[in-house]
Design a protein around this ligand. Structure first.
Ligand SMILES: [Zn+2]
Length: 308
């Protein structure tokens, strides 16, 4: 009897600790009928199903508009469950802000349930281009939890550098940012003063400059975002915030990369000395991932500006 109680207690403990580490997406209201799902700041993992990013949704009387669909089938199911906590409406539309795995690999799940998948044209083209690479890398992180995930690039494609769609009585304006990945965009909700920045803005963690990222585009796009003066910002990564915080954590950093590191490159300063000189930046040091990414970010910015 005593033994079985012990066993039961141990089993409960295992269950509790497994649940403690598993990321369960939760909707938080941004304003009105607009919600955000804020993912964890760390790396992709089995526990978070690759959902280490932010998602969002708008509830309308005609159905739910989902912004970005998660990195896998299981991740998409979890996002759907988070939406179901708030609304009984089905997800009728998915809008992708980008081509990085967590922005769109859940598309197929929602399409099978009848959703229409929207994106700017070049966003979808980049999704198709990176699909294999992203699936391969993700399978390293997620293992069997990636099973059943089928890459489905967006199928309803929007022309132009900026496009406005009306869905369920809501107005969404998509516009290219081309910063983190080529073809990335933002989704602006003018009626609610909410900006879903996609991977243009990271707060709480430092943004990542990848070999295919563009600091020049990122700086330009951030200044264009500032001009719209959004009241509520749902960044690509990190907590929902205001413009001041987005500027502190991302806009100012893009300015630094372009105006200081980019300028050093154009002035033909030596690379190594430049990276050493700016290795320690108190204003950004508190950002998660700083020690891992800052030097590589500067390096890539330098190379981009050196090239032209
Ligand atoms: Zn991302």
């Amino acid at each position: 009897m005593f033994k079985s109680v012990l066993f039961f207690a141990a089993a409960l403990f295992c269950l509790a600790s497994a649940q403690a580490t598993e990321f369960i997406p939760k909707a938080e209201q941004v304003v009105d009928n607009v919600y955000a799902i804020v993912g964890p700041l760390g790396q992709r993992s089995k526990e978070n199903d690759g959902s280490n990013a932010n998602f969002g949704f708008i509830v309308t009387v005609q159905g739910v508009i989902l912004i970005d669909s998660g990195a896998s089938k299981v991740g998409a199911e979890k996002i759907a469950a988070a939406i179901a906590q708030v609304s009984r409406q089905p997800v009728r539309w998915v809008v992708n802000t980008g081509s990085q795995d967590h922005r769109w690999l859940g598309n197929d799940y929602f399409a099978n349930k009848g959703a229409q998948i929207y994106a700017l044209k070049r966003t979808a083209a980049t999704q198709a281009e990176f699909a294999n690479q992203h699936m391969q890398i993700l399978s390293g992180f997620l293992g069997a939890r990636l099973d059943g995930t089928k890459p489905l690039p967006a199928t309803t494609l929007l022309d132009g550098d900026e496009a406005t769609v009306e869905l369920g009585g809501e107005t969404l304006t998509l516009r290219y940012t081309d910063a983190h990945f080529p073809g990335d965009g933002w989704v602006w909700l003018p009626k609610h003063n909410v900006m879903f920045t996609g991977d243009l803005v990271y707060v709480d963690r430092i943004l990542g400059v990848l070999p295919w990222s563009s600091v020049k585009n990122g700086q330009k796009a951030f200044h264009a975002l500032e001009a719209l003066n959004p009241k509520h910002i749902v960044p690509g990564h990190g907590g929902v915030c205001d413009l001041a915080k987005a500027k502190r954590d991302s806009g100012d950093y893009e300015d630094f990369l372009a105006d200081v590191i980019g300028k050093a490159a154009q002035d033909m300063e030596p690379l190594d000395a430049t990276l050493n000189k700016y290795a320690d930046l108190p204003q950004f040091k508190h950002l998660y991932n700083y020690s891992d990414l800052h030097r590589a970010n500067m390096n890539r910015a330098f190379v981009e500006f050196e090239a032209n």
